[in-house]
Design a protein around this ligand. Structure first.
Ligand code: FHN
Length: 479
């Protein structure tokens, strides 16, 4: 090798070493390949989260207290031998994977993320490396296999797995719970635990067909590091290259805001929890996960369910900021969704059947603020299609769309199968759409507004990004 090639070789090595840090995703694939891998997920916009496990047996109640959820073993200080007794009580005879998948699809959801193993260490699947799994219960059926088959048969919905890094059952997991004086840490080997976790993850990734997302959680304790996360990210992508992995694989999530401090950390999307970012997050993929009531796991007393109006408006708000919405159901120990969840999924589905086009495959709103609701958008031939989500139907029938300089092409109600044109006029820097007296939907009525030409980001400050590209527009929107 001559001097030049030696110099180039050394530079390449240095670069690769540098890439070992930030830029993990970029190191593994081109931007085009990354976009192709995430395309289905970005278009999906809406998924079902399912938190299910042994904690459904006590259903939130222990020693007279009734405010527990999936953290019951930790929060009620239940010793392992006592908690293990739930194994013999877990027999969800009413579980019907096809019914669950039908309800998710009918609700307009495009993916299901179910807890393969939550923090308590119990596996909802037939794991050859653990005896703390569903095969050790009277049920003795591989729940994830049945769900995988149900998703395959139904089509149009992807199965994804939640998997907790934190494990309160495995003897090698550290740290122990601070109240667990009966489980000394002596002899525990965290690296051996990582091998166990990788073995279970390999089972998940290789035994159930193509998996859409591996949704890690429980990554915040001091034994787990960003370096472990990068290694685990590579490991999972090596098993199934097209899989998507959330940012909780690493250790750089900023709490419940869910975004990674290091933009280049391991993971493909951010995970705000129980909250919606105040602004859109241009250039970032993110998904808000949220309970339907106050608990992830089933709590029989928790009747504080969000209204359909709240859920639909959150869906529109999240989509208008370019995010995904992962809405949770906590099934009972019998294997059924709580009736309140079933009812809401049905009503959400009725809205999505008419208006799903205004959510799926849309991009973030071009507007900083809309007094009457939200907006999503799609590119169309020769222009842009705005989906105006009207929460507050204007009493005077005039829907003012501020700060848009494109020429209007057509406007109509998305709920109107005939797409009868609605009058649109320009008033200074706004377009005004004349609406019928009655709103088509009590919660979120969608008005479609097609305009000529791409909406120029320079003219319209993006909704909530705080990036006011043209100050004049801000004042117009501020009115
Ligand atoms: O501790 C878990 C909690 O039980 C639940 O699984 C949520 C859902 O994302 N994640 C963790 C809290 O951030």
């Amino acid at each position: 090798m001559n001097r030049t090639s030696i110099r180039r070789f050394v530079c390449a090595l240095v670069l690769l070493a540098a890439l070992g840090g930030p830029g993990l995703v970029a190191q593994l694939e081109t931007q085009a390949a990354h976009d192709a891998r995430l395309q289905w997920w970005r278009e999906a916009r809406f998924g079902l989260f399912i938190h299910w496990g042994l904690y459904a047996v006590p259903a939130g109640e222990w020693n007279g207290k009734t405010n527990y959820g999936e953290w019951i073993r930790n929060n009620a200080h239940i010793p392992l031998p006592v908690y293990d007794k739930f194994l013999s009580q877990f027999n969800p005879v009413k579980f019907d994977a096809d019914a669950w998948v039908r309800m998710a699809k009918a609700a307009g959801m495009k993916y299901i993320v179910i807890t393969s193993k939550h923090h308590d260490g119990f596996a909802l699947f037939d794991s050859k490396v653990s005896d703390f799994d569903v095969m050790a219960t009277p049920f003795k059926r591989d729940i994830l296999k049945e769900l995988a088959e149900a998703c395959r048969k139904a089509g149009g919905i992807r199965l994804c797995f939640y998997h907790s890094i934190m494990d309160w059952h495995h003897p090698d997991y550290l740290p122990r719970r601070d109240w667990e004086t009966d489980r000394p840490a002596a002899g525990a080997n965290f690296d051996r635990y990582i091998q166990y976790m990788k073995a279970q993850i390999k089972e998940l990734i290789t035994n159930y067909g193509p998996i859409g997302v591996l949704w890690f959680d429980g990554e915040w304790e001091n034994t787990w590091t960003e370096a472990y996360g990068r290694d685990l990210y590579r490991y999972v992508r090596g098993l199934q290259p097209d899989i998507i992995i959330n940012n909780r694989v690493g250790a750089s999530r900023s709490g419940m805001a869910g975004l990674s401090q290091d933009k280049e950390s391991a993971g493909d999307f951010g995970t705000p929890e129980q909250q919606i970012p105040a602004t859109g997050l241009p250039g970032l993929d993110w998904e808000t996960c949220m309970t339907m009531n106050d608990n992830w796991g089933y709590n029989s007393r928790d009747k504080n369910f969000k209204s359909v109006r709240t859920i639909l408006r959150m869906l529109a708000d999240i989509a208008s900021k370019g995010g995904n919405y992962l809405l949770n159901v906590g099934p009972t120990a019998e294997g059924v969704f709580p009736p309140e969840s079933v009812e809401r999924l049905k009503e959400i589905g009725a809205w999505m059947a008419v208006n799903g086009e205004s959510i799926y495959g849309t991009q973030a709103s071009p507007f900083k603020k809309l007094d009457w609701g939200r907006s999503t958008q799609k590119a169309i031939d020769g222009g842009a299609r705005l989906y105006l989500h009207v929460f507050d139907w204007p009493a005077d029938g005039r829907l003012v769309v501020p700060g848009i300089f494109n020429a209007p092409k057509k406007a109509y109600l998305l709920a109107d199968a005939k797409k009868a044109a609605l009058p649109v006029v320009r008033k200074e820097d706004s377009l005004v759409v004349s609406l019928p007296a009655a709103a088509p939907d009590a919660n979120d009525s969608v008005v479609v507004l097609d305009v000529a030409g791409k909406i120029d980001g320079l003219k319209v400050s993006r909704q909530g990004t705080g990036l006011a590209k043209q100050p004049i527009l801000d004042t117009a929107l501020a009115r």
